[in-house]
Design a protein. Structure first.
Length: 139
């Protein structure tokens, strides 16, 4: 169903582009009918052509709107409402369970006992000094 609707939508889009390009603008543009003689009837006069193209544009625009809405509805048809508040959080199989529900409780659980002294931080290793300055060599 969705594929058929997409094909119809594309045909409407191409027809709408064609009808808009055929219409006569104020500067002439790609408009058909030069307004000259030629013995055409009332349908092929400048005013008759403009009325037909205006109606065709309106109809194609309405069809474009309808097919766009239909495609949007079809795209979301099988989806259910989703929210981050209703989905349960699950931990990976190897992850340890957190002691508390929020970050503050987790940090309080990581604090050392009040009677023990904190461990001394390890001294950072000093970077090794280069033996000699490195000079780029040209080839």
């Amino acid at each position: 169903m969705q594929t058929v609707l997409i094909i119809i939508h594309l045909m409407v889009v191409l027809a709408l582009i064609g009808v808009v390009l055929i219409q006569r603008s104020e500067g002439g543009g790609l408009g058909i009918g030069g307004g000259g003689g030629g013995g055409g009837g009332g349908f092929f006069s400048a005013r008759g052509t403009a009325n037909v193209l205006t109606r065709a544009t309106a109809i194609l625009a309405a069809l474009f709107f309808i097919t766009s809405l239909s495609l949007t509805i079809l795209a979301g048809w099988g989806r259910g409402p989703s929210s981050i508040f209703t989905t349960p959080t699950t931990l990976p199989s190897g992850a340890p369970a957190a002691p508390g529900g929020n970050v503050l409780e987790q940090l309080q659980g990581a604090q050392p006992a009040p009677g023990t002294a904190p461990a001394a931080p390890a001294a950072p290793a000093a970077p090794a000094a280069p033996a000699a300055p490195q000079v780029p060599q040209s080839q």
